[in-house]
Design a protein around this ligand. Structure first.
Ligand SMILES: [Fe+2]
Ligand SMILES: [Fe+2]
Length: 221
């Protein structure tokens, strides 16, 4: 294979492996968020519906990346939570993993609930900017299926942060703390400048042997 094609092949493989992890992590984590939103603001039906739509979109994105891998006849590379933007963000801001996040404490404390909304809002704003960059990338554009996939993600993305922004604005606490913005910035940089390249150059990196929607534990063992 020509060097450019080999580079492109590997780049798309690594990129899609990181994306499918994040999409899966996104929709499964949103189940916890939905639980908190329903308990915290049971009368705010529009907000609950927006979070439900968000969850549905992330699952749809996950399935699109799954299809992309199926069409290529291979499984995604097995990444871990160091490649998850939301994992790193939750760990930095709440000091624990997503699994250990105390949903009850978040429901009980207005400040914690708002913090969670800001973390999701910043993560999704970051995701939206990233998709625009990727749609300009020549390697991504060389792959019509992936380009179509990212166009759908681009269209969905505003609905993933505007509801949290509007909810925070309505309750007077929209502005993210500088520490939260700083964490978001550094997590993104380390993902793009360290995690992605290190996975790229690891030729024997393991692949998943099951799909995460069929077995949640697949990224853990
Ligand atoms: Fe997504
Ligand atoms: Fe999203």
């Amino acid at each position: 294979m020509k060097p450019l094609l080999a580079f492109r092949e590997r780049f798309l493989d690594v990129l899609a492996s990181i994306y499918i992890y994040n999409e899966h992590r996104g929709y499964t984590s949103l189940d916890r968020v939905l639980e908190a939103v329903r308990a915290r603001c049971p009368e705010e039906q529009a907000f609950i519906a927006a979070v439900e739509k968000h969850r549905g979109d992330e699952r749809k994105h996950y399935l699109m990346f799954k299809r992309w891998f199926e069409l290529r006849g291979r499984m995604p590379l097995k990444v871990d939570r160091t490649c998850g933007h939301i994992d790193q963000f939750i760990e930095t801001v709440f000091g624990c993993t997503i699994e250990n996040l105390d949903t009850g404490a978040i429901i009980a404390d207005a400040g914690e609930f708002e913090k969670l909304c800001r973390v999701i809002m910043l993560t999704e704003q970051r995701g939206m900017r990233q998709v625009e960059i990727l749609l300009d990338n020549s390697h991504v554009r060389s792959d019509p299926v992936m380009t179509r996939l990212f166009r759908i993600v681009e269209k969905d993305e505003p609905d993933h942060w505007i509801p949290y922004h509007d909810w925070l604005a309505a309750h007077g606490r929209v502005t993210a703390r500088w520490r939260e913005r700083w964490a978001d910035f550094w997590i993104h940089k380390s993902l793009m400048l360290a995690k992605l390249p290190s996975l790229f150059v690891r030729p024997n990196a393991a692949r998943l042997d099951r799909w995460p929607d069929e077995d949640e534990a697949v990224y853990l063992d």
